[in-house]
Design a protein around this ligand. Sequence first.
Ligand SMILES: Nc1nc2c(c(=O)[nH]1)N[C@H]1C(S)=C(S)[C@@H](COP(=O)(O)OP(=O)(O)OC[C@H]3O[C@@H](n4cnc5c(=O)[nH]c(N)nc54)[C@H](O)[C@@H]3O)O[C@H]1N2
Ligand SMILES: Nc1nc2c(c(=O)[nH]1)N[C@H]1C(S)=C(S)[C@@H](COP(=O)(O)OP(=O)(O)OC[C@H]3O[C@@H](n4cnc5c(=O)[nH]c(N)nc54)[C@H](O)[C@@H]3O)O[C@H]1N2
Ligand code: SF4
Ligand SMILES: [Mo]
Length: 734
Amino acid sequence: MLFGRNRKNPIAIADKKVVDWTYATCGYCSTGCAIEVGKNSEGKVVASRGVGGADVNRGKLCLKGMYEHELFEATGRGDTPLLRSHIRQDFQPAQWDTALDHMASEIKRIQQAYGRDAFAVVSTGQILTEEFYTLGKLTRGLIGTNNYDGNTTLCMASAVSGYKRSFGSDGPPGCYGDFEHTHCLLAWGSNLPEQHPIIYWRLKEAMEKRKFPLIVVDPRVTMLAQFADIHLPVRPGTDLVLQNALMHVILEEGLEDKDYIEANTSGIEELRAEVAKWDPTTAYKVCGIDEDTIRNVARLYAKAPSAMHIWTMGINQSTHGSDGVVGINNLSLLTGNIGKPGGTALSITGQCNAMGTREWSSCSGLPGYRALENPDHREEIGKFWNVDPGFFPTKRGLFQTDIFPAIETGQIKGMWLVATNPITSMPNTARIRKTLEKLEFLVVQDAYVDMETTQYAHLYLPAAVWAEKEGTFTNTERRVNMVRKVTAPRGDSKSDLDIFNLLAKRFDPGQKVQFPETPAGVFDEMRELSRGRAMDISGMDHDLIEQARGIQWPYTESQRNSDDPPPVGGVRLYTQPGSFHHPDGRAKLIALPFIDNNERPDEQYPFWLNSGRLVEHFHTRTRTGKVGNNNKFSPIPFMEINPDAAATLGIRHQEYVRCVSRRGDAIVMAMLTQRVPRDMVFIPFHFFDCVNRLTLGLLDPHSRQPAFKQSAVRIETIVDQIGAARISRERRTY
Ligand SMILES: Nc1nc2c(c(=O)[nH]1)N[C@H]1C(S)=C(S)[C@@H](COP(=O)(O)OP(=O)(O)OC[C@H]3O[C@@H](n4cnc5c(=O)[nH]c(N)nc54)[C@H](O)[C@@H]3O)O[C@H]1N2
Ligand SMILES: Nc1nc2c(c(=O)[nH]1)N[C@H]1C(S)=C(S)[C@@H](COP(=O)(O)OP(=O)(O)OC[C@H]3O[C@@H](n4cnc5c(=O)[nH]c(N)nc54)[C@H](O)[C@@H]3O)O[C@H]1N2
Ligand code: SF4
Ligand SMILES: [Mo]
């Protein structure tokens, strides 16, 4: 194409000569954008684009989605199983049959020698729902270990726990459409523009049409905080105190919704007694937000005709994570802001299928939000699977964060990791390293062979990634959406579903328990098991989901029969009085005493260490580290530090420094910025052997989620800058 000198927009998007587009849902974050992946006439995958008719993203993608098709050919993919008898030896390529026979016999050996629960399974929020369901059936129904959990304990466990405590069930009650109705939005510990760019775009669009106040609670001046009307730079780990003070003002000034409380909740008196202790003056001394601001925000929130909360890891990853979620729910219930347009408590989830694992993986229970503790549920699933219900444990086993210490103490001897990279993502990695070295048998099943935890594996199984497979994801607003297969699995890798099914045969040669071979066949089973449950999907099938560009649950068969297309599922939960899942149909208001148990900065370690994410990278960079258009923005580990603090320490912009905690050290480049206050540094967690060498990760008592965002560190300058650059480079795997 030629551009004349006077052409106004001499920019053309390169024509990739796509002849065929396939429908998928983005495999990075939980926003759940609908993507089409394009192939050229040679069958090569060359482009990604947003789907215009999809309600979630309306044609938009962020920079991760835009280059997602590059994953298929990225470096570091595994294409053959690898086996070795000791982690000090080199891997040898193996046939699938040999690899899986060996895996089954090692699992059986460990279970026979040390008991069924001595083998642990830890999965993810990033495989397809049909795969989660199948892994659950295999683990609960055939292998029979109760030490089965997912990386979601690092991520969504507090939200799950908080929803269950307040409402009697998991499941975010709101949707993105609530932005279009709300009159006030409180965002807690969520950096939406970077971590969920398209949800942020939906929010911004809504605010441009109809202005409403945005209040951001975050100790760091994030991009969202910069756009806020009111920014509350809360002292790390003290959101609960701020919540109690907001409730104190609401009750003191009679701003609560008495009719709603009367008709829908229990526990108001206990709550009233607890929040009475948290007048704004007392609260200020703990949470650092002044009295007038607390009163102002409480009035703004409670007087709005409808008001909503969103939150992410600033709340969940805390020693009061579960309580922080319950606090948000309390605020919503007190003001009648649940189940109405613009009035909700919407947990923004993390990974593309964090919801799918909560609903179907059986990690913390049995499929379809069923509980191991409930004999009727054990009976029902046992019958459906053709498994003796007596084979199921009667209560859930260890959380991921308790599985690792159980390896340390010798209770657990073998582990299977599916799509998670704990040596980079768990707190205090020096301890994780020693733990992994103790295992008699570790299997890593991952799409990338170069992910760091493979270094500790006896067996590596190469998995297909994202749209090399077919099935569903569920997003933040409970929308089930389709991933169609765009291209064949790389090399000799297999879909996670195929791997689970092949392993199942080795535990059940007589095939007493049926394992459907196709994703659609698995979905049929899930559909049956969902009937009458909170997350009813009985009206859905793969084709309808794709046609509708995603459907929110619940969507029942009778809805399907009575609906005109396009199908509309459950836009909001708890819209009717008495529809909560506690036995009395009411939601619980729960009193939340504050216990100050974080590691705090002191003379020796004077800075708060905060950690989180960047827009261009996803987690441990197994994917975005290999995509040039993502990696180029931040190829090396760095630390945000306040310029005044840096000046006091004699640190210049872009100098390497050593960051030291009671656990270990990390070499990072100092980036001077006002985003962080004087007593805080922020390090993205995307890099190997970096911030999680430093983190303490104290656990929440309810959810067992680690407080990744509250540790104490000191900063040391480095004379040998070239040597530091070398160490920083060498520690990086990709
Ligand atoms: N680009 C990109 N997007 C992602 C991901 C990714 O890796 N990259 N990961 C996905 C996943 S799995 C998740 S879980 C989400 C996470 O999404 P977010 O939670 O939005 O991201 P984080 O950066 O981890 O943390 C959010 C904020 O919590 C703040 N915070 C720290 N301590 C406190 C505190 O005590 N109180 C409050 N109120 N805030 C605090 C931090 O300053 C930070 O700005 O993002 C998802 N989206
Ligand atoms: N300091 C600090 N640490 C943190 C956090 C923080 O904020 N601060 N956040 C925490 C949170 S919220 C999360 S969610 C965790 C994430 O922690 P991890 O789950 O350990 O991180 P990922 O890099 O997403 O690992 C997922 C793995 O799955 C692989 N994979 C992708 N798709 C597939 C597939 O289809 N099949 C298979 N088999 N493998 C696949 C990827 O290659 C990758 O190795 O990190 C936690 N760690
Ligand atoms: S916002 Fe999330 S789901 Fe949408 S394209 Fe970006 S990473 Fe994918
Ligand atoms: Mo997460």
